[in-house]
Ligand binder design. Structure first.
Ligand code: IMP
Length: 176
């Protein structure tokens, strides 16, 4: 499969992704059913994971969206900027952050600090994909769909240069 100048190979099928959403949905239901959590979906990439996951969560929840951009100043430090912020009260809320993929963990770290600053009762992170080889964060990601190698992936909400988010399977870059 080709997107722009890059070749990609099928890596995880729609069926596998869906089965994993079901399992995560069951665990999240058990953990949060009495907590009235706020689901905070990180745009753009998490829209597909969010929409699949919430079908398997067995309670009514409030959903909010946030859009962040990260600027890599050098190899080790990333700076994050809020483009669309959160509306509404966070103090006292149990927040479940919904991420497409956690790579270095810079985005997670920013969100955790920001939510703790706003006095959230608790902050947990759910990510469909985690690249453990790149992860620099001291806080674990509590709900992980799949741990994947440090290779660029596309589909299931993730893009290459703006394209490929609509693909229902996950594809991994091919190195020629
Ligand atoms: P982090 O802040 O380094 O954890 O980066 C997270 C963000 O980087 C994700 O939300 C994605 O937007 C982007 N990203 C990281 N790895 C990939 C990938 O393999 N494909 C597409 N986007 C990626």
């Amino acid at each position: 499969m080709k997107i722009k100048d890059k070749e990609f190979a099928l890596y995880l099928t729609e069926n596998k992704l869906n089965e994993r959403c079901k399992e995560l949905g069951r665990v999240i239901t058990a953990d949060f059913k009495d907590k009235d959590p706020l689901f905070l979906s990180v745009l753009n990439g998490s829209f597909m994971f969010l929409s699949d996951l919430i079908r398997y969560v067995g309670f009514n929840m409030e959903i909010n969206f946030i859009k962040l951009a990260s600027y890599q100043k050098d190899q080790s430090s990333g700076d994050v900027k809020e483009i669309i912020g959160i509306t509404g009260e966070l103090a006292g809320r149990h927040v479940l952050v919904i991420e497409d993929i956690v790579d270095t963990g810079t985005t997670c770290r920013y969100l955790r600090m920001m939510l703790q600053d706003k006095k959230a009762a608790s902050v947990s992170i759910a990510a469909m994909f985690l690249k453990p080889d790149m992860f620099l964060n001291q806080y674990p990601v509590k709900y992980v769909g799949f741990e994947i190698p440090n290779q660029f992936v596309v589909g299931y909400g993730l893009d290459y240069d703006g394209y490929g988010r609509n693909l229902k399977d996950l594809y991994q870059i091919k190195h020629r």
